[in-house]
Ligand binder design. Structure first.
Ligand SMILES: [Zn+2]
Length: 144
């Protein structure tokens, strides 16, 4: 198991990605939608992994646009886009913004540009279910 930890700029939102793969074998994608481009987001996910997201109370703003099909978690303190989450019938899944949380193991890597504009809502859901990481989101006071 590889365990990769990161956090937003101010530390109010912390993430922990557990994956059976090495960081170098995880995908790195640059979604070309209008939101991700503005944040310079480069994301990863692993359907065989598990993402733990821990936010201080009130620290995670949820932003939705267009299809309004997922929540973009943005830190209320520092403005960093941390992750996108989606509640499915199989539970919460997420994609993590590697650059937003400065996740280790991706230094110097070039992200693959992705364009999802032509997807139907059904195709979008199927893709996310196939690729995104099972996730847990908790609000809690920082222990440290
Ligand atoms: Zn923050």
């Amino acid at each position: 198991m590889t365990e990769l930890a990161g956090h937003c700029h101010c530390g109010a939102i912390r993430v922990d990605l557990e994956t059976p793969r090495q960081a170098a074998d995880l995908p790195l994608r640059a979604c070309q939608c209008s939101f991700c481009r503005r944040h310079g987001a480069e994301t990863t996910s692993d359907p065989a992994g598990r993402l733990h997201i821990e936010a201080a109370p009130g620290a995670a703003n949820r932003y939705r646009f267009a299809g309004r099909s997922s929540d973009f978690l943005v830190c209320a303190e520092c403005g960093v886009y941390v992750a996108a989450t989606l509640e499915t019938d199989d539970g919460l899944i997420a994609v993590l913004n590697v650059r937003g949380v400065d996740l280790p193991g991706f230094e110097g890597r070039q992200a693959q540009p992705m364009i999802y504009d032509d997807e139907t809502a059904g195709e979008r859901l199927a893709r996310r279910k196939a690729r995104w990481t099972p996730a847990v989101f908790v609000e809690t006071n920082p222990s440290a």
